[in-house]
Design a binder for this molecule. Structure first.
Ligand code: SF4
Length: 237
């Protein structure tokens, strides 16, 4: 089996509940979606990056793995595009007793369940309608998959948290609907965090909008946090 990797590097985790941790990022090539705020557009083409055998990719990971790395992130693109390769690479990391971390829009429950046994920490990213992730006719279908992935992650007792990127285009009523769908499925005790992440450099949301969205989640989950991409403030990739 082959895998296309766009890049691999160590940096400071700038998102989510584990911001600030020393992390090896394994960025896989390929994502068919079209979020307008995407900050990794160069990795979207399926033929971007470089192709490796799994063995060579594992060697590349080993040679890039620095001491005292807290976790290894599989990111993209969307890593579930190459789910079979991700499962093999993540298994290799787990054998070293280093936690593995998946960041994905979780667009396909079968692909998600394939990688799940080899992932320790899961960031489930729900897309808002305004993100342009997919056209509006297909939006509900993809959200349904993301909800199923959330349920599966929770059932498997993995460390699971939710991230939603919001922008000035985010409509509170649609955000409310999405929040209701999430907390109809799971309870507050099932997740380890709920992060509202403001878009950066494009259609940035106002503080008033961020607080309005925070107030929508708070009744369901009082530990909701608004956390920007902190790595951008220190010029880290
Ligand atoms: S799913 Fe992620 S990688 Fe794909 S377009 Fe959206 S933000 Fe970019």
């Amino acid at each position: 089996m082959k895998v296309r990797l766009f890049e691999i590097f160590t940096s400071v985790e700038g998102e989510g509940i584990l911001y600030g941790t020393k992390t090896l990022f394994v960025r896989l090539a390929g994502c068919p979606f079209t979020c307008f705020y995407c900050d990794t557009k160069e990795s979207l083409p399926l033929d971007s990056g470089t192709e490796y055998t799994i063995e060579n990719a594992n060697q590349l990971i080993d040679s890039n793995l620095k001491e005292q790395t807290y976790k290894v992130n599989f990111t993209g693109g969307d890593p579930l595009i190459q789910h079979q390769a991700v499962a093999l690479l993540a298994k290799h990391i787990q054998e070293k007793k280093i936690p593995t971390y998946l960041e994905s829009s979780c667009f396909d429950i079968d692909r998600f369940n394939h990688v799940l046994p080899f992932i320790d920490i899961i960031k489930i990213e729900f897309k808002t309608k305004d993100s342009n992730f997919v056209d509006s006719n297909h939006y509900e279908k993809f959200i349904d998959h993301t909800l199923k992935c959330l349920e599966s992650s929770v059932k498997s007792k993995k460390t699971t948290f939710i991230k939603i990127v919001v922008s000035s285009k985010t409509k509170p009523n649609e955000f409310q609907e999405l929040t209701n769908q999430i907390f109809t499925l799971i309870s507050k005790n099932n997740i380890d965090g709920f992060i509202i992440q403001p878009s950066y450099g494009v259609s940035e949301p106002s503080l008033d909008l961020l607080l309005e969205l925070y107030d929508i989640v708070y009744p369901h989950y009082i530990d909701v946090k608004v956390v920007p991409q902190l790595h951008k403030f220190i010029g880290a990739p």
